[in-house]
Design a protein around this ligand. Structure first.
Ligand SMILES: Cc1cc2nc3c(=O)[nH]c(=O)nc-3n(C[C@H](O)[C@H](O)[C@H](O)COP(=O)(O)OP(=O)(O)OC[C@H]3O[C@@H](n4cnc5c(N)ncnc54)[C@H](O)[C@@H]3O)c2cc1C
Length: 413
């Protein structure tokens, strides 16, 4: 058993930290203003560090180390989230790198050749389009329909709360979303297919929502009216989309909780720094146990969480190199546990920190308020709501009898 990073992983972490402190942290507030998105200097810095190529094999222009993608992904996203507490940069990066990993896993050669080198160079955005106006938890019941045509598929329907719509519209093809559609509605989730739908395809229109946080990355709706998707954009097998998606979620959620742990770690540091230097009643705030013990409680939960996130990364990496060595239910449970606990702890750490800062905490002079707004995206639902995580754990601990998803097929997660 070994809990340490390899020399190369530790060196990568240190380079990320140095770059983030110098180049990202000073721009976080500007990113949260929502006007510039993620600045091009930030994207090109991350490209130079190899971050967008870390899930892409060399033959497609990336620098992935086979079997270590989840570990490098976790390290990179934690460090990025420390520097931009609004979560915009970490989420932009984790979506693009994470869903590129899925394109690499399930995509055709032609799709990979068109998409992956451009991801590695930071030129495009890749995301996932699953949620519909009728709901996101019950994906077995989506309504967006794709029918077979001579050249591929014709898609009709609507998606909602999709990250990266503005970025897709701006950057264009080969940006796009891994999109869950129904190709055989009579078969329910067994009739679903996973397609890479190119940005700005004729018949597609985007709308942008006004979110409360994570302002450097858009979310919005997508309407599909007779959108033609070429055959080579099929991900995996027709009719197996739901299963492919469930396999994709664990990596996506690992990166999401990595973003949360990075932000939590930095949030705790900011609070400790402030409480050491701020004096009331003749002594530092941190001398008051009402404050330091609450911070310790948060830190203890963070420390356990960070270890479990590391375990989750190791599990995905190890299983990818040794198929069947760890059961999916064990991986699901570990990741769902992290995804259920991390956003709530992040919310608490941000809120507690704002309170330690007094009135100052209610201003935009500290980054804690933008952390609170950013991290809440993962409490309300992004990458699966907290109760959905509890449902996955109940099902994988106690079997289908305990699954709240059973009536819809019982395979969520
Ligand atoms: C900022 C942001 C970005 C997002 N980006 C994307 C994206 O890029 N792509 C994408 O496809 N989606 C995205 N989403 C949508 C996200 O995946 C959904 O919010 C999530 O799946 C929940 O779906 P819903 O919001 O429709 O809530 P619903 O499914 O309507 O659920 C509402 C609430 O009820 C809870 N709930 C559901 N079922 C049960 C149950 N059986 N028992 C108890 N409680 C239950 C849920 O946890 C949730 O809290 C994003 C969301 C946000 C907030």
């Amino acid at each position: 058993m070994d809990f340490s990073y390899s020399t190369e992983q530790e060196l990568f972490r240190q380079s990320m930290r140095e770059w983030v402190v110098k180049n990202l942290e000073p721009r976080a507030r500007e990113i949260d203003n929502g006007e510039v998105g993620i600045p091009k200097e930030v994207i090109s810095g991350l490209v130079d560090l190899g971050v967008f190529g870390m899930s892409i094999p060399e033959e497609y222009g990336g620098n992935a180390i086979p079997g270590e993608e989840p570990i490098y992904g976790m390290i990179a996203i934690q460090e990025i989230a420390r520097g931009d507490l609004s979560m915009s940069t970490s989420v932009y990066t984790l979506l693009t790198a994470g869903w590129a990993y899925i394109v690499n896993r399930f995509g055709t050669r032609q799709l990979k050749e068109e998409v992956l080198p451009r991801v590695a160079r930071g030129e495009i955005f890749v995301g996932a389009s699953l949620t519909e106006p009728g709901g996101g938890s019950d994906l077995a019941n989506i309504k967006t329909r794709a029918t077979k045509s001579s050249g591929g598929y014709v898609v009709n329907g609507e998606k909602a709360y999709i990250s990266g719509v503005k970025e897709c519209e701006r950057l264009g093809w080969p940006s796009g979303h891994c999109t869950l559609v129904s190709t055989d509605p009579d078969k329910g989730y067994r009739g679903q297919t996973y397609l890479f739908v190119p940005a700005n395809s004729p018949g597609m229109s985007y709308s942008v929502y006004e979110d409360m946080g994570r302002m450097g990355l858009s979310t919005g709706g997508v309407v599909y009216r007779d959108v033609e998707v070429p055959e080579y954009c099929l991900l995996g097998e027709e009719g197996r989309g739901f299963y492919h998606l469930m396999q994709s979620f664990n990596l996506g959620r690992l990166l999401v909780v990595s973003a949360c742990t990075g932000a939590i770690e930095r949030g705790l540091e900011i609070s400790a720094e402030y409480c050491k230097q701020r004096h009331t009643f003749g002594r530092p705030l941190i001398k008051n146990e009402a404050i330091s013990f609450e911070m310790v409680n948060d830190w203890m939960q963070f420390d356990l969480l960070k270890l479990n996130v590391q375990r989750a990364a190791w599990m995905i990496a190890h299983e990818s190199q040794n198929p069947g060595s760890i059961s999916y239910t064990d991986i699901n449970k570990t990741i769902a546990t992290c995804k259920c606990l991390a956003p709530t702890l992040g919310h608490d750490v941000a809120r507690h920190g704002m309170i330690y800062h007094g009135a100052f905490g209610y201003t935009k002079e500290t980054p804690l308020e933008m952390m609170l707004r950013g991290i809440m995206s993962y409490e309300v639902g992004a990458e699966g709501g907290l109760n959905v995580m509890r449902g996955i754990i109940a099902r994988d601990l106690w079997g289908d009898v305990a699954s709240p998803f059973k009536s819809q097929g019982g395979h969520y997660g």
